[in-house]
Design a protein around this ligand. Structure first.
Ligand SMILES: [Zn+2]
Length: 155
């Protein structure tokens, strides 16, 4: 068994042409996150956690290549790319800790879990997501962006 941690953060921008996407789910009526891709901070943290298992970093050169050369901005593809290097290892559990002031995530929590469950072919009971504003102590808690931690467990 192995455990690995991944982290990512992005800040909000004023861009009405770009949607906010978290865990593969469109969050309506909220500022988007800045990034060349869809800036899905949850899936980027997940990608990094998987890279911690495989030792093959995807975010950076490989994702930039997918983004700029192949035009792939859907972060689900970065997760899939990271999973290619798992070999015989199987993801059995993932846990996310999200820090932000907005959006309010509770109405979207179930949909985000379903989306990640489908992406990882994992039962929803093995996906944990918590969110906090951290009492506004950081830039994320003050509403400037979103930070996400992810722990992946594989056997
Ligand atoms: Zn990112």
């Amino acid at each position: 068994m192995k455990c690995s941690i991944g982290q990512d953060s992005h800040h909000f921008i004023d861009d009405e042409s770009k949607p906010l996407i978290l865990g593969g789910v469109f969050i309506n009526n909220h500022k988007p996150l800045k990034g060349n891709s869809d800036a899905d901070v949850i899936l980027h943290a997940l990608t990094n956690a998987i890279s911690g298992i495989t030792g093959v970093n995807i975010l950076g050169e490989i994702a930039d290549d997918l983004c700029f050369r192949k035009g792939i901005t859907d972060s689900k593809e970065y997760v899939k790319e990271a999973m290619k290097y798992l070999g015989s290892q199987v993801i059995v559990h993932v846990s996310f800790s999200i820090e932000c002031q907005t959006p309010r995530l509770s109405p979207f929590m179930e949909e985000i879990r379903e989306s990640i469950a489908k992406l990882l072919s994992l039962d929803e009971s093995n996906i944990g997501i918590t969110a906090t504003s951290g009492e506004g102590l950081t830039a994320f808690g003050r509403g400037l962006g979103i930070s996400c931690l992810c722990i992946v467990t594989v056997t």
